[in-house]
Write a protein that binds this ligand. Structure first.
Ligand code: GLC
Length: 425
């Protein structure tokens, strides 16, 4: 197998962040198991340790709720370096977890790990894939019933942290409506690890916790939350990853699914693709979110606009429009794709989700471009990502205007992205 210049360092990060079958995103700043981080990390492990890749997914599923939701954090072991911890969430699962979710990359990761197991001839993995396939299917059912009860085909987030792009300017207007009052005492820990200028503002943090307080008061019941939600956005990044994972589950269903499950997945897939298509805006050359409280489109440009490509086949006109748009975002950038483009008034090249580049976002965008035949652009984005990492290390994210590495360092998903994308460049 190809060895990359920083292969050893990447593996050492995964080893160092291993807490016993699961990987923390980085020490101290994020000391638990995070949902979509683990899905990417599993795909990294699949390159050299299939058993460990399965373990990552299995340990995440220990946190899955009876209703199918896979939480955004599983608190396997206590830590006092993070806020809000299990006491703030007040959920009642066997293992302490948060009460919200994150982008469902799980199905995509499962197919990836399963195929790696087959390619390496590893024995005894069929049962593991089968059990995880069922867990994934339960979570997709949860998504469609809990987060798209009206059957629009676009699933909603009820908290900005669910999006994975926690501090995105896409949430500014919707979040501004949320009161800053909390019943929980706020004890931020993040600004003790990372410079405050890169992190969310205090008043937004109060709103984040106000939303948590609201859902805890609903006993984490999806129906009550849907009605009480002070923040509700139909999100194309979420729906794009869900649709992509659904396609990957359809593939696995050929071996692991019953006829009824195959038909069910096909129905989900059609519904999600139809929903995504309705969010395409030809005048903007991208997909947009919808604020379900105001009923308005959110047309703030963010990376979410391109995530549906990982799931949807664009027509010729859309394809050339979207590639031209991405080129515009990359213009004058040292490394792309920026999470908010430089031409937007919301652009802040160093602040969390308001400009910086994330390696895993590039992974999804490049996959989507390749699926849509834009091989050259996909390749440029991947090699730009790999070069940025080789230059400054496995940082949480990168300043697109300078290439500087920011946020936490020794980041697990950046190490996984490096290994996976590095093999394609
Ligand atoms: C931040 C990111 C989120 C990620 C988490 C752990 O909260 O916004 O996407 O999952 O860090 O890396």
């Amino acid at each position: 197998m190809t060895t990359l210049p920083k292969e050893e360092a990447a593996r050492a990060i995964l080893a160092r962040n291993d807490r016993g079958g699961y990987t923390v995103p980085t020490d101290r700043l994020y000391p638990f198991q995070w949902n979509w981080d683990s899905a990417f990390v599993a795909m990294g492990f699949a390159l050299f340790d299939v058993d460990r890749a399965y373990r990552e997914l299995e340990r995440l599923i220990e946190g899955q709720w009876d209703d199918g939701m896979i939480p955004h954090i599983v608190f396997h072991a206590p830590s006092d370096t993070y806020f809000p911890g299990p006491d703030v969430w007040g959920t009642r699962h066997r293992v302490p977890t948060s009460g919200i979710t994150q982008p469902p990359v799980f199905g995509m990761a499962l197919r990836h790990v399963h195929e790696a197991a087959r390619a390496s001839g590893t024995d005894g993995t069929k049962e593991r894939t089968k059990a995880l396939f069922q867990a994934a299917l339960r979570s997709h059912r949860w998504w469609l019933s809990a987060r798209d009860p009206d059957g629009t085909g676009v699933v909603a987030i009820l908290h900005p942290w669910e999006s994975g792009s926690d501090n995105s300017p896409a949430w500014d207007e919707a979040l501004a409506r949320v009161p800053t009052t909390t019943t929980t005492a706020i004890r931020r820990k993040d600004t003790g690890h990372v410079d405050a200028s890169m992190r969310p503002r205090d008043e937004d943090y109060q709103r984040f916790i106000h939303i948590v307080d609201t859902y805890r008061a609903c006993g984490w019941d999806p129906k009550r939350q849907w009605t009480a939600a002070p923040f509700k956005v139909a999100d194309v990044q979420m729906t794009g990853t869900l649709a992509r994972s659904t396609a990957d589950l359809m593939h696995l269903a050929k071996v692991f699914g019953s006829d009824a499950e195959k038909a069910e997945l096909k129905g989900m897939h059609e519904r999600l693709l139809a929903g995504l298509s309705r969010q395409w805006r030809p005048d903007l050359s991208r997909f947009v979110n919808r604020d379900l409280i105001s009923g308005q489109d959110i047309d703030t440009p963010t990376q979410a606009a391109f995530i549906p490509l990982a799931a949807i086949t664009l027509d010729e006109a859309q394809r050339s429009a979207v590639t031209a748009e991405i080129e515009r975002w990359l213009k004058n950038m040292v490394v792309g794709v920026p999470s908010t483009p430089a031409f937007s008034p919301a652009f802040e090249p160093k602040r969390y989700w308001r400009g910086p580049v994330w390696a895993v976002v590039n992974w999804l965008i490049a996959d989507g471009l390749r699926l849509n035949g834009a091989e050259d652009l996909a390749h440029r984005i991947e090699s730009g990502t790999v070069q940025a990492i080789e230059k400054v290390g496995f940082c949480e994210y990168f300043d697109p205007t300078t290439g500087e590495g920011l946020g936490g360092d020794t980041f697990s998903w950046t190490a996984a992205a490096y290994m996976v994308l590095g093999r394609r460049t």
